[in-house]
Design a protein around this ligand. Sequence first.
Ligand SMILES: CC(C)(COP(=O)(O)OP(=O)(O)OC[C@H]1O[C@@H](n2cnc3c(N)ncnc32)[C@H](O)[C@@H]1OP(=O)(O)O)[C@@H](O)C(=O)NCCC(=O)NCCS
Length: 200
Amino acid sequence: MRRPGASVSCWTIHPSPMLPCVALMNAIPPERFLMQARIQPLNSTHERGAFRCGHAELDRWLAEVAGQHQLKDLSRTFVLASLAEPDKILGFYSLATSEIPTGNFPPGLARKRPRVIPVARMGRLAVDGASQGKGYGETLLLDALKRVESLSASIGINAVVVDAKDDDAARFYSRYGFTPLSHHPLTLVMPLTLVRQLGS
Ligand SMILES: CC(C)(COP(=O)(O)OP(=O)(O)OC[C@H]1O[C@@H](n2cnc3c(N)ncnc32)[C@H](O)[C@@H]1OP(=O)(O)O)[C@@H](O)C(=O)NCCC(=O)NCCS
């Protein structure tokens, strides 16, 4: 079995086109590629204290909690860094398992599902302020979805749930096909069937 921390994915970062859904990684023409970067599990070399995304709570979580959660197997955090400055965190996301009552699901998504379903939860996603607007948030989101899709071959995961900090963040997720839960507009869901379209 591969240890946590052993997997590394490499991405070429690009400015994103306006596309309504997630199935876009192969659609980016190579001439738009700007920077070689890497998404990898958070480790002790990453400079967690220097990250500032505009939400102090998210900064603090990365600096003080993410490592602890990793040690205690409560969540996994993945960070984006350029190959030139591998210790500087440009962005990150965290993943954990969770379950949610299907009663909260948007109409249509809960059909023929049990009362409670297993989900992957992306509790946090953030990009450093100086690096926002360059496509990194989208790249991190796509990486998280691909990772969950891959995990779903080994464990039951019916959907991906994200927790948006505010309405602005919820709009970011909506743009990629996430739908708000009934009565919980800052919690959004994407069924695995939609996530799988990433790879097709
Ligand atoms: C939300 C966040 C992760 C987006 O990351 P980013 O790197 O700035 O976004 P990207 O450059 O990848 O944007 C991709 C596309 O989404 C759009 N977008 C970015 N933020 C958006 C928002 N809040 N609402 C709607 N669309 C948004 C961009 O305009 C871009 O579209 P385009 O290709 O048509 O120009 C980042 O702004 C951030 O860290 N914010 C603070 C923390 C936060 O709110 N986290 C989210 C939930 S906890």
